[in-house]
Design a protein around this ligand. Structure first.
Ligand code: NAD
Length: 416
């Protein structure tokens, strides 16, 4: 039997595209044929990386339209910055409308849009040309999450009742590029950047195996945002030095901590609670992803820094800064955890394999832009609750037009 391979083009050529390229090494039925980025140097580097990883004879395209027009490109992975999402999708859709190419589907990184209006527009645009769509949420595919959820639901929940509390957190010491720090570009602070993962993960853990996420209805939400670290005067200056003049947390801060508590109504009308936390003010060995799932007679815990590999490097090892031990590494000596295959451990590999199979079989993925839109609604409701300082019913009125104060560049942290 002939093995089918999905021809993929990647839009964007930064940090996230690099993670996907590494992940595709473990995906047997996909070939990365193209990269497009307005930054030709980045695009050339990403294409060279793809070729050296042997995930495809990857070439750089001159435009998104040209990439869509190539009949060998059957799917696109959208990994550009948040502020380019709409223009990237418009260009894809315009090319398809012109009758070019053989595109089957588009997979989009988080967030689908920077607010509900943007996410709705993106969903409407892809549906207007009948493209399949997949919402990329790697953490749902992390092998530890998949296995833990399977065991808890098939053993603990099956015999003693469904879980009632899920916790999830993504924390690190701050993003790598200036645009993430600027609410007006990125769409918010850490809540908009990273809470999407934890919100989706608590819902995933609390949803019965095989059931749609819609079986768990969010009914109330309580959000808090704060600037704990990066508006301290010494860190304002340090951040400007690291990221350049465009990032000034004295005049235009964004939150570096956020927490959301979501009340869900379960399929049998009971309450299940999701607690999601995220921060850019966590200083540990590096990026920490964690989750818990608790029920009447069981619990599970996942912490990505509890790795099976640790190295010790004495103070005599004066090596340069890097990210070779773990993403967002904060130190290079001492007893250090190492995540040996981050693209697999964080779920990118299983995620990419899943969406490739869905597009090849021309089946709707279990995670679509509808889920991406729902996540954006929850995040915006979180901002609304934080701004009002109280718990709100979900969905609140006016969510479709809401833009967080942080994204308008007018947010002032408490105590300012
Ligand atoms: N799943 C995750 O955990 C995760 C992690 C990191 C980033 N992301 C998401 O992936 C996306 C990219 O993030 P990143 O970390 O790679 O950012 P980055 O800044 O490292 O890279 C962005 C890339 O996009 C290119 N670019 C610039 N303008 C563009 C445009 N108009 N259209 C398309 N590409 C353009 C840049 O040249 C660069 O190569 C973001 O939406 C981000 O939220 C997801």
């Amino acid at each position: 039997m002939k093995t089918q391979s999905l021809g993929i083009g990647i839009i964007g050529s930064g940090f996230n595209a690099g993670f996907h390229l590494q992940a595709f090494v473990g995906v047997r039925d996909a070939t990365i044929l193209g990269i497009w980025s307005p930054n030709e140097k980045n695009a050339a580097q990403a294409a060279a990386m793809a070729r050296s990883l042997e995930v495809g004879e990857t070439k750089v395209y001159g435009s998104i339209g040209d990439m869509v027009a190539d009949p060998d490109i059957e799917a696109l992975w959208l990994c550009g910055p948040n502020h380019a999402r709409i223009e990237n999708i418009e260009e894809i859709v315009n090319a398809v409308k012109r009758g070019r190419g053989t595109l089957k589907g588009v997979a989009c990184e988080k967030p689908l849009g920077r607010n509900v209006a943007e996410a709705e527009r993106i969903l409407a645009l892809v549906e207007s040309v009948g493209l399949r769509h997949g919402y990329l949420e790697n953490q749902l595919f992390a092998p530890s999450v998949t296995t833990g959820r399977q065991i808890i639901w098939s053993r603990g929940a099956a015999l003693t009742g469904r879980p009632y509390l899920a916790r999830a957190a993504e924390e690190h010491s701050g993003p790598h590029k200036p645009w993430f720090w600027r609410g007006s570009l990125q769409g918010g602070g850490v809540l908009n950047d990273m809470m999407c993962h934890s919100v989706m993960l608590v819902r995933h853990l609390l949803t019965p195996l095989g059931a749609p996420y819609s079986s768990l209805k969010p009914v109330r939400i309580c959000g808090q945002i704060a600037s704990l670290k990066w508006t301290r005067p010494e860190y304002v200056d340090r951040l400007s030095q690291m990221m350049g003049d465009g990032v000034n947390y004295r005049t235009e801060p964004a939150e570096d901590f956020a927490s959301l508590t979501i009340d869900f109504k379960t399929e049998n009308g009971t309450l299940a609670i999701g607690e999601a936390t995220t921060s850019w003010s966590f200083v540990g060995a590096g990026l920490r992803l964690s989750a818990e799932l608790l029920g009447p007679e069981y619990s599970m815990q996942w912490n990505s820094l509890d790795s099976d590999l640790k190295v010790f490097l004495s103070r005599e090892v004066n090596a340069k800064m890097g990210e070779d031990l773990v993403e967002k590494q904060n130190a290079e000596i001492g007893q250090m955890p190492v995540v040996s295959n981050e693209a697999a451990a964080y779920g990118y590999e299983a995620e990419d394999r899943y969406f490739v199979r869905a597009f090849l079989k021309d089946q709707p993925p279990a995670l679509t832009f509808h889920d991406g839109l729902e996540v954006v609604k929850l995040l915006m409701a979180g901002y609304l609750s934080a701004e009002r300082g109280r718990t709100i019913d979900f969905p609140p009125d006016g969510l479709d037009k809401f833009v967080p104060t942080v994204a308008l560049g007018t947010w002032k942290p408490q105590g300012w």
